[in-house]
Design a protein around this ligand. Structure first.
Ligand code: M6R
Length: 341
């Protein structure tokens, strides 16, 4: 029952097992999009905010599973990329609302260059859907909270399905993902404890490597937007190139640290921060002595990981916001859909 949740945002976070399973279901539009990708010259993925983070995650996924060099493009910065767009290009336009002005402008400019537009939208019958050659709905259902949560995991699921289909590989197992996301949600208690611990924080650093880097960016956006706490997402390897100077006694750091090929290096970056006094929150399958606080995630692999690990970050952001008494469903200064440039 939806009414058991204090906020739409929390309900939408909790809906994700079903949302992800639904987004992973095969549909003709995904096959058509995969066909377009197979014959494409350059491939771009345009988005803003959370949808841009989905494009960044997609870059890793497309490279890994389909050998496709997908170029993520910030909608508001699309000018730079226009010179590379031509009739052979496919532009994946990612937008929950399908009404974001910068995305529409980028799409119109790309189309004028002859590019094919494949939109990945949530709101049906949106302007973006109408202006695309092909549109794939992510099927997240109405998202009321200004913070994008379930639409992000639905975007990832849809993009991953496209990449796998384009590569002629089997899709992700929807039932397995439903269970994994349910299990990630069961870490709510630890995410809440971490959120309460961060109530008085002024800055939070969220750190990940590889595909976990854009997930860290997404976590940081959620913390800023929901809790009004300054948060920064970082590629772990970048720390010692500057940001490590910010770390002092008690500085909160979240490691997006699943047990894949990034694990060991991320741990050693965490150790460097811990040595300077950081309070380390680890998102990982297993505890580690390094973590002052551990938020468990289920055993997942490959493309399942970004979907699974963003869930505790969303919960963490929600609980920091709750502890601070922030206006969760409608953060100050923001609109659900940004229809002006
Ligand atoms: O509707 P869109 O996906 O195009 O919106 C893009 C951004 O405005 C949106 O993701 C925004 O960053 C969210 N509030 C983030 O939670």
């Amino acid at each position: 029952d939806a009414s058991v949740y204090a906020h739409h945002t929390l309900r939408e976070i909790m809906e994700q097992p079903e949302v992800v399973a639904r987004a992973l279901a095969p549909r003709p539009e995904i096959e058509l999009a995969a066909g377009a990708l197979r014959t494409a010259g350059r491939v771009f993925a345009v988005g803003a905010g959370t949808s841009y983070h989905a494009a960044m995650v997609a870059r890793y996924a497309f490279a890994e599973v389909a050998g496709v060099d997908l170029q993520p493009v910030l909608a508001s910065e699309h000018d730079l990329f226009l010179r590379w767009m031509d009739a052979g290009s496919v532009v994946l336009a990612i937008s929950q609302s399908g009404e974001t002005a910068d995305v529409l402008e980028a799409v119109r400019a790309a189309r004028a260059k002859g590019a094919r537009i494949v939109s990945i939208v949530n709101v049906p019958h949106s302007t973006l859907e109408r202006e695309s050659d092909l549109s794939v709905n992510v099927r997240a259902g109405p998202e009321v909270g200004v913070a994008a949560t379930k639409s992000f995991t639905a975007q990832l699921s849809t993009l991953f399905s496209m990449a796998l289909e384009a590569a002629g590989r089997p899709p992700l197992d929807a039932e397995r993902l439903r269970q994994l996301v349910t299990s990630a949600l069961s870490s709510e208690g630890s995410a809440r404890a971490a959120g309460e611990r961060l109530r008085d924080a002024t800055d939070v650093y969220i750190v990940g490597r590889g595909v976990h880097y854009p997930v860290a960016l997404e976590g940081a956006l959620k913390v800023k937007e929901l809790a009004y706490v300054h948060a920064e997402g970082l590629a772990a390897g970048e720390l010692k190139h500057g940001t490590l100077a910010m770390v002092e006694e008690g500085t909160p750091v979240v490691l997006v640290n699943p047990g894949d090929g990034t694990y060991v290096d991320t741990i050693s970056n965490g150790e460097e921060m811990k040595a300077r006094g950081a309070f380390v929150i680890g998102i990982s399958e297993r505890p580690n002595d390094l973590y002052d606080l551990h938020i468990p995630i289920p055993e997942a692999r490959g493309l399942e990981l970004p979907i699974v690990e963003v869930v505790p970050l969303q919960l963490l952001a929600y609980y920091v916001a709750l502890a601070r008494g922030a206006e969760i469903d409608r953060p100050r200064n923001l609109a659900k859909s940004v229809t002006v440039k």
